[in-house]
Design a protein around this ligand. Sequence first.
Ligand code: URA
Length: 235
Amino acid sequence: APSPAARAPASAPEPTRHRPAVPSTPAVRPQAATPSAAAAEAATLARQARSLPELEKAIAAFDGCGLKRTASRVCFFRGAETARVMIVGEAPGREEDLAGKPFVGPAGQLLDKMLRAAGIEPDTTHITNMVYWRPPGNRTPTPEEVDVCLPFLTRQIEFVGPEFVLVLGAAAAKGLLGIEEGITRARGVWRELSMAGRTMRAMATLHPAYLLRTPAAKRHAWRDVLVVKNALKAP
Ligand code: URA
């Protein structure tokens, strides 16, 4: 259920008693009245950013995503600023929230290991998430939270200019590629992703956090990473 603050009209100051009693929670202005108004604001801010550092500043200053209220900091990207391969996960977890970098915890270590084993140096890729703040308790971000962050991600893709996008897990596959079916069925095929004025080849695969829980599934993700590697090698 939305918090009382999330239901408050944009002009109403948030009553003090509704502020979460978490010391590290930054004070933020009340949220935009509807997700679409917040998404429109995000789109305007994203358009105004002329570089990745400017985009990160715009994201950090943006109050339209409720996740910001419980997260410690923005988690933007790690790796290269421009990259042939962009990797998009779901949302920061605990380690990522502390570090301000995506995929630095156990799932990220597995991701790096798989990339390296396939001959892809993680630092040559651009690694990010569908949302820039850790959801409380690591829950899956809601479609509204994903939609509000999408204009920033779109602009990010424009700056990074990838040829290939590897999408990790069902939530990112749904948010970025509109895939509604299960990830086990949807993974491993190239899809056309047209956004930010360019057309890329995108592939959904299993999320490394899932692979940590289900090691038998690793071979499928392996195959997908190798397909990306082969695409990189192709002339
Ligand atoms: N899981 C994700 O989807 N992203 C991260 O950054 C870490 C774990």
